[in-house]
Design a protein around this ligand. Structure first.
Ligand code: FES
Ligand SMILES: [Fe+2]
Length: 384
């Protein structure tokens, strides 16, 4: 549970969380946001600064995102009350002078980073500094993909493990002549300075509290053969039943023409525009109207993977009771992950200090040996 005041909600609010992509809110635009079970208004002033404020006008509760952005202020659509960037009401057409000074709406600290708008919704005042990810700040291409909203709790998506790859993605891997060795991942996980990782470098690490990280070989283009992409996937609750993934990909070292060529190549592989169409296929599979084998083979590999992940993760249910689970060896990651999470949530409830997770060296734990077996060339790669 992540609503305001709940133990999990308080813990998630202890960290700055991404709430939107920078590209989703243009200068002069206001949009409604739902995050961690609460509604907000996100707007960008005409000069370019972003602001996160209450969802509703303090007068009669009208949705502020429907109003007008003026400079760094927002004016309500209903009776024109105007609030400045600090949340202070500064104008109330037709009202007594002096009334406006007594009215304000809440505002929240925001910052733009990695192509995302981050907000601090926690209890500390002033807010703690926002965490940065220095590994993604060097030369290279940084892309922030369209966010994916799925109808399931964010933990369905965070608790994603390596053992699923050979089954969940079997069909899409087969289509490109690859298969993955089953049950050969000797996954052992340990707590690290940033969260959880597999010291053997096979399993994918986690940055506490809600970031999956991946180092994936770039596939499908010989020009950048051998390049490994670094991805951060922030899994943020919209509420207990819905979650949003903010996916940041970094291609280290690509600059100038190389960078532009990479962006052009990658663009059609993303989900902009036809996300709903892609996920309709997943929904048809869940409804029994289509099989996982009937995903159009012409779809970009990334989209095929997404459909397969959606089916397994959303298909579990929105907010599910975990008690009936039967966890085994392959669940080592989530067993440790849940243990660490529980410990931190308890520490917060008992007013003990939280672990100060670092954000560097995230990819050092990942083995770069290929995990896929390329049957077309019969080059079997054993992973033990
Ligand atoms: S409800 Fe916003 S000004 Fe009246
Ligand atoms: Fe997957």
């Amino acid at each position: 549970m992540i609503g305001p005041g709940t133990p999990g909600g308080r813990y998630m609010r202890a960290y700055w969380q991404p709430v939107a992509r920078c590209a989703d809110v243009a200068p002069g635009q206001a949009i409604p946001i739902r995050i961690l079970g609460e509604k907000f208004t996100l707007y960008r002033g005409e000069g370019g600064n972003v602001h996160l404020v209450d969802f509703a006008c303090a007068h009669r509760g009208t949705q502020l995102s429907t109003g007008f952005v003026e400079d760094d202020c927002i004016r309500c659509l209903y009776h024109g009350w105007r609030y400045d960037a600090s949340g202070q009401c500064v104008e109330q057409p037709g009202e007594d002078p002096g009334f406006a000074g007594k009215v304000r709406i809440r505002t929240y600290p925001v910052d733009e980073y990695l192509g995302l708008v981050f907000a601090y919704l926690g209890e500390e005042d002033p807010a703690p500094p926002m965490r940065r990810f220095p590994d993604l700040e060097g030369p290279g291409v940084l892309e922030t993909d369209p966010a994916e909203i799925w109808p399931c709790n964010f933990l369905n998506r965070l608790d994603n493990d390596m053992a699923h790859v050979s089954w969940t993605h079997r069909e899409s891997l087969k289509r490109v002549g690859q298969r993955v060795e089953h049950n050969t991942y000797a996954q052992t996980y340990e707590e690290t300075a940033f969260g959880i990782a597999d010291p053997n470098g096979i399993g994918n690490p986690h940055v506490m509290p809600n970031i999956n990280i991946l180092r994936v070989p770039l596939r499908g283009n010989d020009r950048w053969k051998g390049l490994f992409l670094q991805r951060l996937i922030f899994l943020v609750p919209i509420d207990d039943d819905n979650s949003i993934a903010f996916d940041v990909t970094f291609a280290p070292g690509l600059t100038g023409d190389e960078a532009e060529a990479f962006r052009q190549w990658r663009r059609p592989r993303l989900n902009d525009g036809d996300m709903d169409q892609t996920l309709d296929i997943a929904r048809e599979i869940l409804a029994g109207k289509r099989s996982i084998r009937d995903v159009p083979p012409t779809l970009a590999r990334e989209k095929q993977f997404m459909i397969e992940d959606y089916v397994t993760q959303v298909g579990q249910g929105r907010l599910i009771d975990r008690a009936p689970e039967h966890l085994g060896r392959n669940d080592a990651l989530l067993i440790l992950f849940r243990k660490v999470w529980r410990r931190e949530v308890r520490a917060l409830a008992e007013k003990q200090p939280l672990t100060a997770w670092t954000t560097t060296g995230l990819w050092e734990y990942q083995d770069l040996r290929p995990r896929y077996v390329d049957s077309a060339f019969n080059s079997k790669v054993e992973i033990s």
